[in-house]
Design a protein. Structure first.
Lengths: 181, 244
């Protein structure tokens, strides 16, 4: 169930309150972009998906059920918008016009885009210094030593930040994952 | 390994369950990968490997467009007929009524129109200027020949004719030997209002009409071939309705 803050946010969002629109955008544009990029090959199409998702959400916000969570509601809209754009692009392009990247990209499965949304959201919860260590390590591919040199802190500090960050991530992602023995 | 997500009705998606893997091992494997960790639980390894892949993905780290929220607010403002008050901190400063100086605000409308295209298809949508009455803004949308194209035009009567400023996004430069030609049309016929090529990286086009747009309310842009004559090729890439 959405908390009182989210319920209030959704109501003000539906009314077009600028502060609420900015808050929703700041909180959810990133995860929506993640879903869109997981589905669409081109960044400009992903940006279009973010805008269309937000606009559709605003139009539908009046009928948002406050007993639900905002995040899965927005995720569902983002996923559908991204797939619609993907299908539109597929229809528009003749085979000889398809670029290599368009051919190579197949939309991620439902589970994968939801996991990507959750990973993105979890990363946003990390303190900035821990998030940066995770980014440099996983996305840039730096070793702890390289990160220490890049950030200008002792390697021990990088290791402890990395350790804390990954424990926090594991805890933040716990609700997403359930394993069977 | 079971990923427990249930998609119910259109807007219902819920996650259930708690992490079933060893959380410490999961964190260690996320942190160190296969280099230092050797989790005994195979499901821990599978889960952590999937999440490590996501942590290395562009999609997870890409930042939304810095102008996206302003584009969204502009679109909301447009759809709500200008009834949604904008906060003073982000309201555009008043500009002199010189067409070229309205450009930054209109560029926001271009982006807003791009978002509307997905909903409106190729039908142009009238979007009136909220800040002044000097010009009349209207949206143009790409056709099947240019599905990523969109734009906003502003028409303004002057002493020498009708000025049509067009800000376009997503329209590729015309290839050498070809050019774009803009037209206005109505019950009285078809009149060209200018040609352009978009090869210089500019997305702003100044067009002029010598006929009144209340009688020629449809603006189209066609892709033309040099040397193929002065008739419209019929290959429409952009279309919109002026007036309303």
């Amino acid at each position: 169930m959405a908390g009182p803050d989210e319920r209030d946010l959704a109501v003000r969002f539906a009314a077009g309150d600028e502060t609420a629109v900015r808050a929703i955008y700041e909180r959810y544009a990133g995860p929506i972009l993640t879903v869109a990029m997981g589905t669409l090959a081109k960044r400009e199409l992903a940006d279009e998906a973010v805008q269309t998702t937000m606009l559709k959400a605003w139009r539908a916000a009046g009928s948002f059920d406050p007993t639900r969570e905002l995040a899965p509601w927005l995720y569902a809209i983002a996923r559908r918008v991204s797939i619609d754009i993907y299908r539109r692009e597929r229809r528009a392009a003749t085979p000889e016009e398809l670029s290599d990247e368009q051919v190579a990209v197949v939309p991620l499965s439902f589970e994968r885009t939801w996991e990507a949304w959750e990973v993105r959201t979890a990363l946003a919860e990390l303190p900035p210094d821990e998030r940066e260590v995770v980014r440099l390590s996983h996305f840039v591919g730096m070793t702890h030593g390289e990160i220490a040199e890049h950030v200008g802190v002792p390697i021990g500090t990088v290791k402890s930040r990395s350790n804390r960050a990954h424990r926090r991530l594991a805890a933040l992602l716990a609700h997403v994952v359930r394993a069977t023995e | 390994m079971v990923f427990d997500v249930v998609l119910g009705n259109d807007f219902e998606l819920r996650t259930t369950g708690a992490i079933g893997v060893n959380e410490d091992e999961f964190a260690d494997f996320l942190d160190n990968g296969s280099r230092a960790s050797d989790p005994r639980d195979e499901s821990t390894r599978e889960t952590a490997t999937r999440f490590r892949d996501l942590l290395a993905a562009d999609a997870v780290w890409a930042e939304p467009s810095p102008t996206g929220v302003d584009d969204l607010l502009a679109a909301i403002q447009t759809e709500s007929g200008g009834t949604v008050p904008a906060a003073p901190a982000t309201a555009p400063a008043a500009q002199p009524r010189v067409p070229s100086r309205r450009r930054s605000r209109r560029l926001m409308l271009v982006a807003a129109a791009a978002g509307i295209v997905a909903v409106a298809g190729v039908v142009g949508i009238l979007v009136r200027s909220a800040d002044d009455g000097a010009g009349q803004d209207f949206a143009v949308a790409g056709t099947e020949l240019a599905p990523n194209a969109s734009g906003v035009g502003t028409v303004e009567e002057t002493g020498s004719g009708v000025s049509i400023e067009l800000d376009v996004s997503g329209l590729p430069p015309a290839e050498p030997g070809t050019y774009y030609q803009a037209w206005v049309k109505g019950p009285d016929g078809l009149v060209t209002v200018g040609t352009f090529h978009m090869r210089g990286g500019d997305d702003h086009v100044d067009l002029w009409s010598g006929v009144p747009l209340d009688r020629y309310p449809t603006l189209t842009v066609t892709l033309q071939q040099e040397g193929a004559g002065q008739e419209s090729s019929g290959r429409v890439v952009l279309s919109g309705e002026v007036g309303g």
